[in-house]
Write a protein that binds this ligand. Structure first.
Ligand code: CUA
Length: 322
């Protein structure tokens, strides 16, 4: 599925479709005002300029003009307000007809999505009996009104997926609401829209809209993935991976979000490690983590000086990442 660039003029859902005509109407009005004002300025500047033998005409006050540039903007602002509030009624009605609720937890610098309820036959509960949670990617069924309950765990962030419309701040200590609906399957890019610190520009969110009949299959895969982290045999390894230096560089879907090193979500399915060790098995992974530069001189990954038991737990965990 192509990832659509975030652009307001390509609405993919009813919320965005509410907003887009108003966006273009206001944009058009602004361009018109620009053309009239600047056009008039340039015209007057040329026509009435001082020339040899012709003195520029001086005049003060012009009741009709003064009235026009007071009344016309007032009328425009009233029209914009009425149209905006009409749409806000639709945008703010997050409850009517909502078929699914997702909780959004924003924090520096990632969005976490929690699915507190089942959708149809898609059970969204992990083996510990808790609601499925995942980072960065929000998965929704198409043609379904999804209610987002948004909050922040640190500073103010803002949720915006332009193709689907609507923008809402994530405020610590408060829950704000937004609704999304995609009417065609696809992957839609979004972005934190409130400056929130160093990582603001990289605070992305992706909405993946699945055909309704494929949503349960996605849910099953997502729950199975999440369950892997909860497997008693590998849980210690995943905890270590998350808390040690690994997390700073490597991404594992649903666990860590590092971007410096290669993504390891499916490392156990890869053909080799760092291009030099093959196959990906316990022995090779252990050798690699013990001392990467000894295996591949010049590699960016340093020897972390981990003890054998720690490496063993991490290796066992990584080998489940198929
Ligand atoms: Cu979070 Cu900007």
């Amino acid at each position: 599925m192509p990832v659509l660039p975030p652009w307001v003029s390509d609405p993919a859902g009813p919320v965005a479709r509410e907003i887009v005509p108003l966006y273009w109407f206001m944009f058009g009005a602004a361009v018109l005002v620009l053309a009239i004002v600047d056009g008039g300025l340039i015209y007057a500047g040329i026509k009435y300029r001082e020339r040899p033998g012709v003195a520029a005409k001086q005049f003060h006050g012009h009741n009709l003009l003064e009235l026009a540039w007071t009344v016309i903007p007032t009328i425009m602002v009233i029209i914009f307000s009425v149209l905006s509030f009409q749409r806000l009624l639709v945008l703010n009605d997050i409850d009517t007809g909502a078929q699914m609720t997702v909780k959004v937890h924003a924090r520096q610098w990632t969005f976490q999505f929690e699915y507190p309820q089942a959708f149809g036959d898609a059970a969204l509960v992990t083996r510990d009996g808790k609601a499925l949670t995942a980072q960065q990617e929000l998965h929704i069924p198409v043609n379904t009104k999804v209610k987002l309950e948004i909050t922040s765990e640190d500073v103010i962030h803002s949720v915006w997926v332009p193709n689907l419309g609507g923008k809402k701040d994530a405020v610590p200590g408060r829950v704000t609401g937004l609704w999304l609906e995609a009417d065609r399957a696809g992957t839609y890019k979004g972005q934190c829209f409130e400056f929130c610190g160093d990582g603001h520009a990289d605070m992305l969110l992706i909405v993946v809209a699945h055909p309704k009949n494929e949503y349960a299959a996605w849910a099953q895969r997502a729950v199975a993935e999440a369950d892997l982290f909860l497997d008693p045999a590998t849980q210690r390894g995943s905890e270590l991976f998350k808390t040690l230096a690994c997390a700073g560089c490597h991404k594992i879907e649903g666990l860590t979000a590092g971007t410096v090193g290669p993504e390891l979500t499916h490392i156990a399915s890869k053909a080799n490690i760092a291009g030099v060790l093959s196959p990906v098995n316990e022995e090779n992974l252990t050798r690699w983590i013990q001392n990467p530069p000894a295996v591949k001189p010049g590699t960016a990954m340093p020897a972390l000086g981990l003890d054998a038991e720690t490496i063993d737990a991490i290796v066992k965990f990584l080998l489940t990442r198929k």
